[in-house]
Write a protein that binds this ligand. Structure first.
Ligand code: NAD
Length: 245
């Protein structure tokens, strides 16, 4: 029997990269999966590639109505939501000198406001269901140590850690666990957009000697989503090949 048999998982930004790898892992472990992404066609297509029952829905995580809508879609399709992964993300890298206020606000909106909206709706829905749950927030090792050109992203990703701990305290009595993951350099379209020299320099700084694969984050998300982590809440797991330990 799969680790997520009988559970329904909603994953934001699940149309590609880390989110899609999480969707695949969860599906292979028996979960019914909802992929929410601002790109509707990609979300629906990605859902169609999973091994189990799955559906895709358009949702921009910065829009409260869309966030409510993605939960309603999940409940219509599968009756409930047991696991939420707040994974949608963007980068708008530039040095502080060159970063525009718009680039700052876009990144803060998607990561901080998007995660907050997901947690708020997820907590209410899971509490009403009365059977506990697991919410997982995607932070980044950037939020731990900062990164040149990422004053927006590092601030948002550090903020997600504080948000995770606060909501974990509020949700614990309902046996709803809230945890975060801090990936290091993972091979996805997001990091493929990095300048070649920056990517190579980052790879050199990794004790395990290579970038991670999306499924190496998905395996940790599976741990946090399932009963394997039944006594973990408010924690942040670094999955970075030893970088910035
Ligand atoms: N790749 C890495 O090295 C790395 C490292 C640390 C943290 N992360 C984090 O992991 C998460 C996934 O990253 P990835 O590398 O898979 O990125 P990616 O760019 O490959 O995928 C991101 C997905 O999020 C979706 N998305 C973007 N904005 C959205 C919004 N407003 N609403 C809904 N969907 C939206 C995109 O359409 C896309 O499908 C992000 O939160 C990212 O910050 C990635």
């Amino acid at each position: 029997m799969g680790l997520l048999e009988g559970r329904v998982a909603l994953i934001t930004g699940g149309a590609q990269g880390i989110g899609l790898a999480i969707a695949q892992r969860f599906s292979d472990e028996g979960a019914q999966v909802v992929i929410a992404d601002m790109r509707e066609d990609a979300a629906v297509e990605a859902a169609g590639t999973l091994s189990g029952e799955a559906t895709g829905v358009r949702a921009n995580v910065t829009d409260p109505e869309d966030v409510t809508g993605m939960f309603e879609h999940a409940i219509e399709a599968f009756g409930r939501v047991d696991v939420l992964v707040n994974n949608a993300g963007i980068t708008r890298d530039a040095s502080l000198k060159n970063m525009t206020l718009e680039e700052f606000e876009q990144v803060i909106d998607v990561h901080l406001k998007g995660t907050w909206l997901g947690l708020k709706e997820g907590l209410a829905r899971m509490k009403a269901q009365g059977e506990g749950g697991s919410m997982i927030n995607m932070s980044s090792i950037s939020g731990k140590v900062g990164n040149f050109g990422q004053s927006n992203y590092a601030a948002a990703k550090a903020g997600i850690v504080g948000m995770t701990k606060s909501v974990a305290r509020e949700a614990a009595r309902a046996n709803i666990r809230v945890n975060a993951i801090q990936p290091g350099l993972i091979a996805t379209e997001m990091t493929a957009a990095m300048p070649k020299e920056a990517y190579e320099a980052a790879e050199k700084a990794i004790p395990l000697g290579r970038a991670g694969q999306p499924d190496e984050i998905a395996k940790v998300a599976l741990f946090l989503a399932s009963d394997l982590s039944s006594y973990c809440t408010g924690i942040t797991i670094e999955v970075a090949g030893g970088r910035h330990m």
